[in-house]
Design a protein around this ligand. Structure first.
Ligand SMILES: NC(=O)c1ccc[n+]([C@@H]2O[C@H](COP(=O)([O-])OP(=O)(O)OC[C@H]3O[C@@H](n4cnc5c(N)ncnc54)[C@H](O)[C@@H]3O)[C@@H](O)[C@H]2O)c1
Length: 357
């Protein structure tokens, strides 16, 4: 099999992470098209790809530029994988069109804004025999991979609780950059936009089926957006564990912390750093390793909260296509955190705990 041919639809802020990942994986992948309703955005992302390849003395053809993803799909440009990085409310429709055209899809988080849309996407990928991957890239952070290994090997004994805290700051400037931010139709509030990564990790570590969700949300300091700027969620798992989420973009005066805490009868782990990139606490009864050792192995610096997980996520997606297996974060996995947040919104509206369906 030759190089996989990629196209990016939606060339805004996060798209450069996809360009970086494609440059990194240039032996196996190439960017052949970009698409954005704003021509300049699509053209500049295509140029950025060529420039980054040239920085590494790698020659490459300029990707084709489109303003309409329908035309991209109808064109005679051969494409294997389409990356969808538009505003969240458009993910489902664009994904369905691409999956139906038998393209593999990497869709940014959240994969959709309704469970029905997520289910349709999962089914559509199955029916067309293509891969669907959701960009929860923090699962590939080294501290998170190490924590997951400890969970899988049973080092915690019984895990009884976990906490995800996302105490960040987003100001008016952030929200006015794009009119879709903070609207229920296109985005959701801080839980759906900023906190979804850590909610994904919390449910992944606590494991298994969720039975009940309690949720409270409020908008304290951002009157110009429709959705929440503060949210609190409690999760009851079938295995008895309880998960707690506190997420906000109201912290004065800047981002304070993003932490994931896992509590077991024989182990305690806290992962922190600006975006879950540092091990803060690592204690196990088995004393197989110690904090200093794990920090030296796993802690890594990042240049912003997006981290560097897109590159290993691409490695996993490319391998899943080559080996015909599910990507680590397929549609079923990607749906979980989104669905938790939608249940929390429902619980808040009803002012009662809701069953997780
Ligand atoms: N994985 C992460 O850590 C991470 C980080 C930031 C954003 N995101 C997600 O990525 C998505 C985009 O966020 P962003 O901050 O880059 O937004 P953005 O507003 O900067 O970019 C979105 C781009 O999509 C384009 N677009 C809109 N409709 C289109 C269409 N029909 N066809 C083609 N292009 C279209 C817009 O013109 C814009 O350039 C969101 O879903 C967001 O939640 C993920």
């Amino acid at each position: 099999m030759g190089k996989l041919k990629f196209a990016i639809v939606g060339c805004g802020r996060i798209a450069y992470k996809h360009v970086e990942a494609l440059v990194h994986h240039h032996l196996q992948a190439e960017l052949v098209a970009t698409c954005d309703v704003v021509l300049e955005q699509a053209a500049s992302k295509a140029q950025q790809y060529v420039d980054k390849m040239q920085e590494q003395s790698l020659g490459v053809a300029m990707p084709q530029v489109y303003t309409d993803y329908g035309q991209l799909l109808q064109s005679n440009v051969a494409i294997d994988v389409i990356v969808i990085a538009t505003e969240s409310g458009k993910h489902a429709d664009i994904s369905m069109a691409c999956l139906t055209a038998k393209k593999h899809v990497i869709v940014e988080k959240p994969m959709a804004l309704s469970t029905q849309d997520a289910d349709d996407m999962i089914l559509c990928a199955q029916e067309n025999d293509v891969k669907l991957c959701v960009s929860h890239q923090n699962r590939f952070n080294l501290p998170i991979k190490k924590l997951r290994q400890a969970v899988e090997s049973g080092r915690f004994g019984r895990i009884f609780a976990g906490n995800a805290r996302i105490l960040w700051n987003r100001n008016e400037n952030y929200y006015t950059q794009a009119p879709w931010r903070g609207t229920y139709a296109q985005d959701g509030g801080c839980l759906m936009n900023q906190c979804i990564h850590n909610i994904d990790l919390l449910q992944w570590m606590l494991g298994g089926e969720i039975t009940k969700v309690q949720g409270m949300v409020a908008n304290y300091l951002h009157p110009y957006i429709e959705a929440e700027d503060y949210g609190s969620i409690q999760l009851q798992f079938k295995n008895g564990a309880i998960g707690n989420v506190e997420g906000t973009v109201c912290v004065y005066p800047q981002n304070l912390e993003e932490t994931l805490t896992i509590l077991g009868e024989k182990g305690t782990v806290v992962i922190g750093g600006p975006a879950l990139n540092k091990v803060v606490v690592w204690q196990f009864a088995d004393e197989q390793d110690n904090l200093a050792q794990i920090q030296a192995e796993c802690n890594h610096d990042i240049d912003n909260v997006y981290g560097w997980g897109h590159t290993p996520l691409y490695a996993d997606m490319i391998d899943s296509i080559r080996c015909n297996r599910h990507p680590l974060i397929d549609g079923v996995e990607g749906k979980k955190s989104m669905s938790i947040i939608l249940h929390a919104y429902l619980a808040n509206r009803l002012q009662q705990t809701v069953d997780f369906t």
